[in-house]
Design a protein around this ligand. Structure first.
Ligand code: C2E
Ligand code: CA
Ligand code: CA
Length: 837
């Protein structure tokens, strides 16, 4: 604005100044003109004087009669005066024309002078004098005329100059007037313009302020010039925009704050509800004043009334179990010091009823801007039930649910611990030996199956109690699963001490158990592994005890064996055999041999016993005693059994056709206990018979007594079904096992096979002879057929014949043979005549 005002003032000044200069120039020109006018007047005066002088001279000239008259001198003086005046006049500033005329006049004056001097000086005749006088007068007249003309011209010029001067003066006046007027107008214009340029922005600003005050934030003014008002508007616009931004920010913040407030309210409610719902006790500890607030729930959780506990944190710590207090305090300090992100601690706390409750405490600190905690608050949850459940779970995880003995996991853990101790040599005194006993109940399966699982379970509990009683407190007895137990014998002196303890176990375990009115007998086979620097894994030690137990079982039940390295290699061999056996089943490396069974009365063949052989790729023929027990243990007997039953039936069918013998010959097939217990046994046999077109009456199944005794009731059920189908049942190895005559009557049996051990020693041992006789009379009484096995010698044959044993089987009669050899045998010994009947 200042600039504009200065600009306008300058314009005004320049305008006024140029007007004035113009006027001054005009006035100056007028002054020149005027001074010329004054000079012209002087000339006029001069001319007038000149004219008058000339007139005077002329008149003098005409009035004098002689040249030498007195007047002549004055004429001369006047003329020279005239010349001076003309010279003076010429020196003035004239129009060139006038100057020329003046020069002309001066020349004429000179001529006049010389004419007059001639006249004055002449002393001629009067004629001449008159002529000279006339000449001078003529010149004087010419000067007069010239001077008059010049005067007229000068007057004209004077008038013109006066007019010009007047015009100039008027013009200067005009210029001055108009300059004044225009300056005035310009001043008014500038004033108006300045007024407008001030009021317009001010009005706009007022309008804008009003708009803003009415809430139109961010209102901006579009007109921006370069004046201070422009600046002001710019600043104002920015302020308005900032105001709007600030306002909207504020507005958003208010909305957010309101939302946060609402959320806070909601979360407070939720928290209050949750706290009430969760049944948690709350606490809020002012670390600066060391005052703590305990919620009512916090106190009631521990059985206290509101007034019972004051706001001192020490009240809290005093209630915490002494063993847990240090940990809680450490955790609180750690959190206050910012080491942990929050406080979380489980501990026991004393209830008013003097019992301890498990609680979970969670807390958080609030910190000032320097990070120093000044407040801490949290909750206390009663987790007693959870803790009990956890403890139970932990207990369950490491204990056998039935016997409550440690389970395999805990046993292995303890064994590992014990072994580590041993390895570290911490206790390498004489006492530092320890032993692992692997114990497997004999006949448990039979008891379980025959008397039921309830009784089986009770027996296991009773056995576990007996074991626990038999060992020392520092020892561990665990149930590994099923009927397997294991014991760690701690701090033993030597092998003898182990044997002593084992003997005690072996003598106590077979004592009768009285369960639910049953008197039950069981025994156990024990395997022992004694600690040695060779062991570095608990599994190895338990494995060796297991191997030893396996050996004990193989030697006959209710025995123990102490592991030695040979056992390991035999166990390894067994493992290898198992692998090979699996392959053999897969590749079907088995062949069937058949041993004829002979009617001792007429020496004719009545059938065969099918006997399996393993045609081992490297070892040649392997006999069943070497692999059947393993096949039974591993379950491989199932696919093998099905295959061989089918093979035997298909062979029989082939021979039936080949020799046209109908159903005369029987095929006896050995059935293992695993096979017998298969639920689909009946269906499998039925299928095989059908597929091979064999009558059921041509098939005899050989089973052992102990197989039946494992589960008498279900055995009878299966046997009845087989009998109903027409299949014959022979009891194999009769006399060796656990027999019960009362059971035998209930079994649907067709024949007994006297075990070859009795036959082999019938003459060397009277007892054997007696057993054979008993079996023979039993068979006759029960109306059963009788087959003597293992007939090797003629007098055995003779004697058995005498005892009325009708059938026999043995090397004496025929060795087991492959199909081709049997065919040759059949050619000879076939009772075709009878068969045809
Ligand atoms: P086992 O059922 O008592 O079979 C009779 C065993 O006595 C056969 O031995 C046979 O070769 C043998 N033997 C026959 N006559 C005489 C003799 O005069 N003197 C002697 N010392 N032995 C004689 P093998 O074939 O070695 O079979 C042994 C056992 O393997 C069988 O005893 C049977 O329990 C089992 N076994 C054989 N084949 C099978 C089968 O296919 N399935 C099942 N589950 N077991 C089988
Ligand atoms: Ca047999
Ligand atoms: Ca036998």
């Amino acid at each position: 604005m200042k600039n504009i005002i200065i600009k306008y003032l300058l314009i005004l000044l320049v305008f006024f100044a140029s007007g004035s200069i113009l006027a001054v120039i005009n006035i100056k020109n007028t002054t020149v003109e005027l001074s010329r006018l004054i000079k012209l007047h002087q000339i006029e005066d001069l001319r007038k004087n000149l004219v008058m002088s000339i007139q005077t001279v002329q008149s003098d000239l005409y009035t004098v009669g002689t040249p030498l008259g007195k007047k002549l001198d004055s004429i001369i003086m006047n003329v020279s005066n005239l010349d001076d005046k003309a010279t003076m006049c010429i020196s003035c500033h004239h129009e060139p024309a006038i100057t020329k005329e003046l020069n002309d006049i001066q020349v004429s004056i000179h001529d006049y002078q010389s004419a007059l001097s001639q006249y004055i000086t002449a002393s001629a005749n009067s004629e001449m004098m008159d002529r000279l006088k006339l000449n001078a007068a003529g010149i004087g007249n010419a000067i007069f005329v010239k001077t008059t003309n010049m005067s007229i011209k000068a007057s004209q010029h004077l008038e013109l100059s006066t007019n010009t001067a007047m015009v100039r003066i008027n013009r200067a006046k005009m210029i001055l007037y108009s300059t004044g007027a225009l300056t005035f107008l310009l001043g008014i214009f500038i004033a108006l313009k300045l007024t407008v340029s001030v009021t317009r922005p001010v009005n706009k600003l007022v309008e804008a302020v009003r708009a803003i005050s009415q809430g139109n934030l961010g209102y901006t003014i579009s007109h921006i010039d370069k004046t201070e008002f422009g600046e002001l508007i710019k600043v104002f616009n920015k302020m308005s925009v900032d105001l709007e931004k600030g306002y909207s920010q504020l507005h958003n913040e208010i909305i957010e704050r309101r939302k946060a407030d609402e959320e806070l309210m909601e979360s407070r409610e939720q928290y209050a509800l949750a706290a009430r719902g969760a049944n948690d006790g709350l606490w809020d500890w002012n670390l600066t004043s060391n005052k703590i607030y305990f919620s009512t729930r916090w106190k009631s959780m521990l059985g206290y009334e509101e007034q019972d506990i004051e706001d001192n944190p020490q009240n809290w710590f005093d209630l915490v179990h002494p063993n847990d207090r240090k940990e809680l305090e450490t955790k609180i300090s750690a959190h206050i010091d910012g080491i942990t992100s929050h406080l979380e601690s489980e501990y026991r706390i004393l209830h008013k009823d003097k019992t301890y409750r498990w609680v979970l405490n969670r807390g958080l600190t609030v910190r000032d801007k320097n990070g120093k905690a000044y407040r801490m608050a949290g909750s206390q949850t009663d987790i007693t039930e959870r803790k009990i459940a956890e403890e139970q779970l932990l207990y369950d995880a490491f204990h056998d649910a039935l016997t409550e003995l440690p389970n395999r996991a805990l046993f292995m853990d303890r064994l590992k611990h014990r072994l580590n101790q041993f390895i570290k040599g911490k206790q390498r005194s004489k006492n530092s030996l320890f032993a692992v006993i692997f114990l497997d109940l004999d006949r448990f399966k039979i008891i379980n199956d025959s008397l039921g699982h309830m009784i089986g379970d009770q027996l296991l509990i009773a056995v576990s109690q007996r074991l626990a009683k038999a060992i020392r407190p520092e020892d561990t007895v665990a149930r590994l699963g099923g009927d397997e137990f294991a014991i760690i014998l701690e701090n033993i002196m030597d092998r003898e001490q182990v044997e002593m303890i084992t003997d005690r176990l072996l003598s106590e375990l077979p004592l009768p158990y009285h369960i639910n009115g049953h008197e039950i007998f069981t025994a156990a086979s024990l395997g022992i592994a004694i600690s040695s620097p060779d062991y570095d894994r608990p599994e190895d030690m338990l494995r060796d005890a297991d191997i030893a137990m396996y050996q004990a079982k193989a030697k006959g039940k209710a025995h123990y064996e102490i592991f030695d390295k040979k056992m390991y290699s035999s166990a390894l061999a067994r493992l290898q055999l198992e692998t090979e056996l699996r392959k053999a089943v897969e590749h079907n490396e088995f062949v069937m041999h058949y041993q004829p069974i002979i009617d001792l009365r007429n020496d004719k063949i009545i059938g065969f016993e099918a006997l399996i052989r393993w045609d081992h790729p490297t070892r040649g023929l392997i006999y069943p005693m070497e692999f059947i027990p393993l096949a039974e243990e591993t379950g491989l007997i199932l696919p093998m059994g099905e295959w061989l039953l089918n093979e035997a039936c298909s062979q029989l069918h082939k021979w039936q056709k080949q020799f046209d013998i109908g159903s005369v010959l029987k095929m006896s097939v050995n059935i293992s206990s695993k096979q017998f217990l298969q639920s689909d046994l009946i269906a499998t046999i039925d299928n095989i018979l059908r597929n091979n077109c064999i009558d059921a009456c041509c098939l005899a199944l050989e089973i052992t007594e102990s197989l039946i005794m494992e589960d008498v009731e279900s055995a009878i059920e299966t046997l009845n079904k087989l009998r109903d189908m027409g299949i014959h049942i022979h009891i194999d190895d009769f006399g060796t096992g656990y027999s019960s005559l009362s059971y035998l009557q209930r079994f649907p049996v067709n024949a007994l096979k006297i075990d070859q051990s009795f036959v082999a020693k019938m003459f060397s041992n009277e007892e054997n002879m007696q057993i054979i006789k008993t079996i023979v009379s039993l068979a006759h009484n029960l109306n059963l057929d009788l087959v003597a096995e293992g007939l090797e010698e003629a007098d055995q044959l003779t004697h058995l014949k005498e005892l009325n044993c009708h059938y026999g089987q043995g090397y004496l009669l025929s060795r087991p043979m492959g199909p081709a050899a049997i065919e040759a045998f059949l050619e000879e010994r076939l009772p075709i005549a009878e068969a045809k009947k």
